[in-house]
Write a protein that binds this ligand. Structure first.
Ligand code: AP5
Length: 220
């Protein structure tokens, strides 16, 4: 968990890969549905574009479907979910049914100005959703291609400064109470998300070391 641009996607993908766990990112799922122009994707568009939250029932439906297959075996890393108290309560019910309790809630802390800087330079593949920091990439990004699939790289519609500010407000109003809820349950591990991707990753591994068994089939 953490504000927009904290590095949730970057870190969750790496942690899940190393643990052999599933990486379930609700933002990625919603953008994929949008690219495929499914009914759900078209319903989600106005929320994504305005930086507000997609209704809880839509997101919970998506997650329940994906978790049904991911609860057994190597476990899962949830990224960008839950974002409201209602989603957290819905997740509790899903995990109870799967007998798969949460082991840790990782919170990435980062200053607002770092978020704005990161998101103004982020480039995302329009075809597969791969994410790139602009640093180290060519400056003429219109000609830039995704290293994974050859798709065109562009700026996410919700990475305009006004929309980023809106997303930060939504995080404070809707998601910080969820973190407080997990803090009361003793699950939260806070990590400073500034510094290099590798430094943040090491802090996360240190924070969850006792909970997760990387490379040994994940957390359960
Ligand atoms: P989502 O896609 O989840 O967006 P977000 O939470 O705003 O997070 P971001 O994807 O912007 O950032 P991130 O923390 O993953 O950072 P990243 O690793 O990319 O959600 C988008 C929208 O979908 C929401 O606004 C909402 O409408 C909807 N939605 C999603 N989930 C929902 C839910 N549960 N309920 C309702 N609605 C939902 O990194 C950012 C950039 O920084 C990248 O360029 C990266 O390369 C770079 N970077 C990462 N780490 C570092 C570092 N250490 N140093 C320098 N650069 C770094």
């Amino acid at each position: 968990m953490g504000p927009p641009g904290a590095g949730k996607g970057t870190q969750a993908e790496g942690l899940a890969r190393d643990a052999g766990a599933a990486h379930l990112a609700t933002g990625d799922m919603l953008r994929q549905a949008l690219r495929e122009e499914t009914t759900l994707g078209l319903e989600a568009r106005r929320y994504l574009d305005s930086g507000t939250l997609v209704p809880d029932r839509v997101v919970l439906g998506l997650v329940a479907e994906r978790l049904a297959g991911a609860g057994e075996g190597a476990g899962f890393v949830l990224d960008g979910f839950p974002r409201t108290v209602a989603q957290a309560e819905g997740l509790d019910a899903i995990l109870d049914r799967l007998h798969a309790p949460l082991e840790a809630v990782l919170v990435l802390d980062v200053a607002d100005e770092v978020v704005v800087e990161r998101l103004s330079s982020r480039r995302t593949c329009a075809r597969c959703g791969a994410v790139y920091a602009a640093a180290g990439r060519p400056t003429h990004l219109e000609d830039d291609r995704c290293e994974r699939c050859g798709g065109t790289l562009g700026v996410r519609s919700d990475d305009q400064p006004d929309t980023v500010r809106r997303r930060l407000e939504v995080f404070r109003a809707e998601t910080e109470p969820v973190i407080a809820r997990y803090e009361r349950q003793g699950l939260v591990r806070r990590v400073t998300a500034e510094g290099s991707v590798e430094d943040v990753r090491q802090r996360l591994i240190d924070a969850i070391g006792a909970n997760v068994r990387p490379g040994a089939g994940g957390g359960r």
